[in-house]
Design a protein around this ligand. Structure first.
Ligand SMILES: C[S@@+](CC[C@H](N)C(=O)[O-])C[C@H]1O[C@@H](n2cnc3c(N)ncnc32)[C@H](O)[C@@H]1O
Length: 254
């Protein structure tokens, strides 16, 4: 295996990317290595902190390709991790809402894109809970209903600044016991400057919260796995979470 990986790494970047993609998806059968990595890392932290359950979330579901993949990943990880998953997907159910202002980068997206066949998706889902409606309304309601296990991994794919800002209620409005101290996050829509879009939502959130931060994971070690999109993986940290300082590495390092 090591030899195969080294051979692939010796190729120029685009070819390496394609070959790596093929190898990884063949290895595990997953098309979203980035979702997989977030789930596995969250499961490890949850287990180390003594949780038997973990909630993983996708914001922005559309036709459901990502949510179905998340279900498959969780079922696979459950075979080896001592953690059971609750899978939740948030969406309007009707595609993109109208953009709010220039920060939603309306030159890229249009109202009604990515609409959902709700009946078809519900029939296809094996275990995920679908929460339909604008996230500004559904996130507070979801949190008020209470979670059966803390959140540990969140995939953000809402396209807009305004929707991502509303979805960040999941960090600012939730009780500490409904979250791990750190949450692994994937952001699909980082393709812009920091003044607009999802980068702006992240920057505004960080400016407004002294002890809660959403920051890009220092990914240098992960660069050998470009298919896992390491530059799109962020971590949410709550420095005042009661478990923030509890050790998650149990073995003595020598
Ligand atoms: C790019 S699509 C998601 C694709 C999906 N993650 C996948 O990988 O197949 C973006 C989705 O975000 C949803 N969305 C955007 N703003 C929203 C909001 N304010 N509330 C709820 N859903 C929203 C849209 O309905 C749309 O389906």
């Amino acid at each position: 295996m090591r030899e195969i990986v080294d051979k692939i790494m010796a190729y120029p970047y685009p070819l390496r990317f394609a070959l790596w993609h093929k190898l990884r998806s063949k290895q595990r059968g997953f098309t979203r290595q980035h979702y997989y990595n977030c789930v596995v890392r969250a499961a490890a932290e949850a287990a180390a902190l003594g949780h038997e359950g973990l909630t993983v979330v996708e914001f922005g579901v559309a036709s459901g390709q990502g949510l179905l993949e998340l279900e498959r990943i969780c079922s696979y990880v459950e075979k080896t991790a001592p953690v059971r998953f609750d899978v939740v997907g948030f969406d309007t159910g009707m595609g993109l809402p109208p953009p709010t202002d220039y920060r939603d980068t309306p030159w890229k997206w249009q109202e009604g894109w990515y609409d959902m066949d709700v009946g078809k998706l519900k029939r296809s889902l094996a275990r995920a809970k679908l929460v339909l409606g604008p996230v500004a309304e559904t996130v507070p309601r979801f949190l008020a209903e209470g979670l059966s296990s803390p959140m540990g991994a969140i995939m953000f794919d809402l396209d807009y600044f305004s929707s991502t800002t509303d979805a960040f209620g999941i960090f600012s409005q939730s009780r500490a016991e409904d979250r791990l101290p750190r949450i692994f996050c994937y952001f699909d829509d980082l393709g812009s400057i920091e003044d607009v879009g999802v980068p702006r939502a992240i920057a505004d959130f960080n400016a407004a919260h002294e002890a809660k931060k959403v920051r890009q994971r220092m990914y240098w070690r992960d660069l050998r796995d470009p298919y896992a999109l390491p530059w799109k993986i962020y971590e949410f940290h709550d420095f005042r979470h009661p478990d923030y300082m509890r050790p998650v590495r149990k073995q003595k390092q020598t």
